[in-house]
Design a protein around this ligand. Structure first.
Ligand code: SF4
Length: 270
């Protein structure tokens, strides 16, 4: 049994890293990180909101790293930390994003990512349709809406499995981004699609890229280990809670793939 001091510490760290964005279900808020995710999981977020974090997870580690950055930069006038901007689209959806760091001198929005070794190389290859590039492109768009200025965007990517001797511990790099106009079109298309599902009480046709983080015995790691909605997701719960490869087949996704390249909905034109 876990010692009380250990339980207390875990709880204290979870309390100290509570998600700062919208937690409420049925709110028409679309956060910047949702643009790089599939409509299906975004609909789950709309329906169920954000759950309280009950266990220490990979995102807890990321939040603790972010708190360290906040503390290191809090007295440095060059940087603004944890700036949230919201903008309401004509269709009524609120686009929301909290920026980790803004370098006010060089006009760069910087996001910190603590990344597993399996994803690190993909992230630093800096493809403009990667979910992190899309997330930062939304930040840039929000900043442009608020200030009229066009900031650059960058990642401060830390490799959790890296070592200094291999020189693969850290990469700071400027991101390739989709234009402001195209990002706005994508945001309108993504929120219109969710609204259509809400109005018709249906789920999006396109499911999740469930093998993004590999699989074990045919069960998608993404659903089992990395998705808060696995307990309420009809696709997951309807298939014996993902206990066998039948789950993979039920989603009609090619279960031979271990790591698919990230793709976005064909409905987006850019
Ligand atoms: S459990 Fe899997 S299919 Fe369901 S929302 Fe999460 S990632 Fe998508």
């Amino acid at each position: 049994m876990e010692a009380k001091w250990s339980q207390d510490l875990t709880k204290a760290l979870l309390d100290g890293t509570t998600y700062s964005g919208s937690k409420v279900a049925k709110e028409r808020v679309f956060s910047a990180s949702m643009l790089g995710k599939e409509p299906y999981i975004n609909m789950m977020k709309y329906l169920h909101g954000n759950f309280e974090q009950e266990e220490y997870g990979a995102n807890t580690t990321g939040s603790l790293y972010q708190l360290g950055i906040d503390s290191a930069l809090k007295d440095n006038e060059q940087y603004t930390i944890a700036k949230r901007i919201k903008y309401t689209l004509p269709n009524g959806w609120v686009i929301s994003g909290e920026m980790d760091m803004i370098d006010e001198i060089n006009k760069v929005i910087i996001d910190a990512k603590l990344i597993a070794i399996s994803s690190y190389n993909k992230v630093i290859s800096n493809i403009f349709t990667h979910e992190y590039n899309l997330q930062l492109a939304v930040y840039r768009w929000l900043m442009w809406k608020e200030t009229g200025e066009e900031y650059e965007c960058a990642l401060h990517a830390v490799n959790k499995g890296g070592s200094k001797t291999k020189k693969n511990l850290l990469s700071n790099f400027t991101l390739e981004l989709i234009s402001l106009e195209e990002i706005e079109e994508m945001l309108i298309a993504a929120t219109d699609e969710l609204q259509k599902c809400i109005d018709t009480n249906t789920m999006p046709q396109i499911g999740c890229d469930i093998f993004k983080f590999g699989k074990v015995n045919g069960v998608a790691n993404r659903c089992k280990n990395f998705c808060d909605y696995n307990k309420v997701c009809p696709q997951y719960t309807d298939s014996q809670y993902g206990r066998d490869a039948g789950f993979a087949k039920s989603l009609e996704v090619d279960d031979k793939k271990e790591y698919d390249p990230f793709t976005i909905d064909d409905g987006f034109n850019f």
